[in-house]
Design a protein around this ligand. Structure first.
Ligand SMILES: N[C@@H](CCC(=O)N[C@@H](CS)C(=O)NCC(=O)O)C(=O)O
Length: 210
């Protein structure tokens, strides 16, 4: 059985959701952030970067959330979450990498300056410029899903899952998804899936499903 090192308020959510969608049995070891968890001597042997998520698939250890999702999708849901055609696979990678290097980067920095940093360390200018970047990304995403509501192969794939999971963090960034109705519907539709309801803590889903 796959072992997932994670916790419900971390990037492990995208992995847990992938496992639920693929119907793969797994066991999660709740791993807190910090010296007792991700930075403990025991965990640093599991992932020297000191980060969750990590999976242990019968001795095959893998860290980095997006490669983990794509590995699980390819292995357990090759015609569902994953895709067959080479160009579809390239698109799947494109959106998965975009989610991390464009969208998530700006959501994370905006959230630091809106929510997570101590008030004295926040910069209103930085928050505003990062929020503008997030909105630019949401505009790109809105255009991409306009045709059929999906990013790749005309159906729900790991690309939609990863992008949607990244967007659950928007609530801390001060960007209102209501300004992007197409993207809002996209997120609501995907977070309403039965596997998403099993994968996420209720307070994460609540702002999107209310
Ligand atoms: N690029 C990594 C980032 C992982 C990451 O930053 N994880 C955070 C939780 S979401 C973490 O483990 N932080 C704990 C620490 O840095 O000690 C991934 O996507 O898996």
């Amino acid at each position: 059985m796959i072992k997932l090192y994670g916790n419900p308020y971390s990037r492990a959510n995208r992995v847990r959701w992938t496992l639920e969608e693929a119907g793969v049995p797994y066991q999660e070891e709740n791993t807190e952030l910090g010296p007792e968890g991700t930075r403990s001597a025991r965990f640093l042997k599991i992932n020297p970067n000191g980060h969750i998520p990590v999976i242990d698939d019968d001795g095959f250890m893998l860290y980095e959330s997006v490669p983990i999702c794509l590995y699980v999708a390819r292995k357990h849901s090759p015609d569902g979450l994953h895709v067959k055609a080479v160009q579809d696979e390239a698109r799947l990678l494109q959106w998965s990498v975009w989610a991390m290097t464009e969208l998530e980067k700006h959501i994370e920095t905006a959230s630091l300056h809106v929510t997570w940093l101590p008030a004295a360390a926040r910069s209103a200018d930085k928050a505003a410029s990062e929020q503008a970047e997030v909105k630019r990304c949401l505009g790109i995403l809105g255009e991409a899903i306009k045709a059929d509501g999906h990013l790749v192969a005309g159906r729900f794939t790991a690309a939609d899952l990863i992008v949607t999971e990244v967007l659950t963090n928007l609530v801390h960034s001060g960007v209102n998804l209501g300004e992007f109705p197409e993207v809002n519907r996209y997120v609501q539709r995907h977070l309403s899936r039965p596997a998403a309801k099993k994968a996420f803590a209720g307070d994460i889903l609540k702002p999107f499903l209310a």
